[in-house]
Write a protein that binds this ligand. Structure first.
Ligand code: CO
Length: 134
């Protein structure tokens, strides 16, 4: 089922400070910030030869990463995103195994305008998993 690692998402309390750390300490090429109000985050991307890092800062009142940052005030790895060839098949196969899907139980449009599913961290070694249609 699993394809490439599309991105590793890191929640941060201060996007500008986090971008500067990656740019200055690691020489990373960091994109301009992109506000995604419908997803409750502002993000920057760091393109790597084989994948991407996504730094995310909360945006607005009900950001889905607000609780994570309450528990991890300095930020931390928030989720891993793997590509799948067929997200509907993936959903069927996972639900058949009792895997819990977050949100209202289904596929939705992700932050990169592709269909995604989020899988419950309790079913994956305490790691939030995002699956994205390739
Ligand atoms: Co993601």
């Amino acid at each position: 089922m699993l394809g490439n690692l599309n991105h590793v998402a890191i929640a941060v309390p201060d996007l500008q400070a986090a971008s500067a750390i990656y740019a200055n300490k690691l020489g990373a090429k960091v994109s301009a910030p992109l506000a995604l109000p419908e997803h409750g985050v502002t993000t920057v991307f760091i393109e790597l030869p084989n994948t991407k890092l996504e730094l995310m800062e909360p945006l607005g009142e009900n950001s889905p990463i607000a609780k994570f940052l309450e528990r991890n005030p300095e930020g931390g790895v928030h989720h891993l995103c793997f590509e799948v060839d067929d997200i509907e098949q993936a959903q069927i196969a996972l639900q058949a195994q009792g895997v819990r899907i977050l949100g209202s139980g289904g596929i939705r449009m992700g932050a990169h305008d592709k269909p995604v599913l989020f899988l419950h961290p309790k079913d994956f070694c305490a790691t939030l998993i995002e699956l994205e249609q390739k």
